[in-house]
Ligand binder design. Sequence first.
Ligand SMILES: [Zn+2]
Length: 356
Amino acid sequence: MTRDPSAQAQRRARLPAASPPQLLVFIDTEEEFDWQRSFSSDARAVTAMKHQWRAQTIFDRYGVKPAYLVDYPVAAQADGYQPLREFLADGRCEIGAHLHPWVTPPVEEEVGERHSFACNLPHDLERRKLVILKETIERNLGVAPTIYRAGRYGADAETRALLDELGFVIDSSVLPWTDLRRMAGPDFRRCSPDPFWFGTDDRLLEIPLTTGFLGLLHRVGADVFPWIGGTRGVRLKATAICAHARLLDRIRLSPEGVTIAEAKRLTRALVGRGEQKVFVVSYHSPSLGVGHTPYVRTRRELEQFLAWLDEYLEFFIGEIGGQPASAHDVYCAMGAAQGRMPPPLARPNESRRAAG
Ligand SMILES: [Zn+2]
């Protein structure tokens, strides 16, 4: 089987035309590590987990049910999973899985950039790590994860087959319009933010990260970016030049490194395109502790980060007229729009609760 992430035939998934835009929040819920240094299996601290309530309080206020995509250090340590169990007990969140291979047993590979993308591991090793991650989440959070996001977006066609086999129903590992081959990662240049069905009987739904273009050339961004953002474009530094000249900037919907003004402009542009109905706000859980990510270095930046979430949600529900949704709401609505009954899903309040 090919490891090209865009090789699989895709069937576009849609919401009914009358449906308002839907807002999802996906949080890469992971250990703290030094973003400037090389990968280490020793960085496993999850001290930022005790601060997640600050963002969760904002989500609660707007009726947003975020998905915490949990990796192994969070799922395996009480300081990591305990705060999530509280949100889960009240039905205030969903739980998914997020695979950082370098801190997920068994670590049999040579740890480094290439193997930080799980899809570069031998298929059997990627599988064993994902099984251990899934079992650890089930044991400590009491719910089977059905949503997946690969660490560093390291997923491909074989990963998708694995998700199918292990009972996942939603993947969010596609980073649209982006070529990660320079770092030995996947090439998503031809992938758009449009959700699509895949797997056995089209049972699984891909919900890519919301990524789009701003700048004078934004209308042609999808056509131009594969060229300027490709190998040749990187060599020419065309991406940076275009962004600097405000011609074309590719941004993702996130409080990390994207201003609230940019996020609003991107959203308006995508809504204006008429087809985009599902918007995914993404960030990393360590950003809620000061000093763990490049995006939140000071207390003031943390307040700005939280204010971004608050202002964006108000904007999305107010000006855009959108609705907060959960990943499984979107899955069921898209399945129904396709005229089929979605399979029953494990939901937190129906599944067995974690012991103790
Ligand atoms: Zn991650």
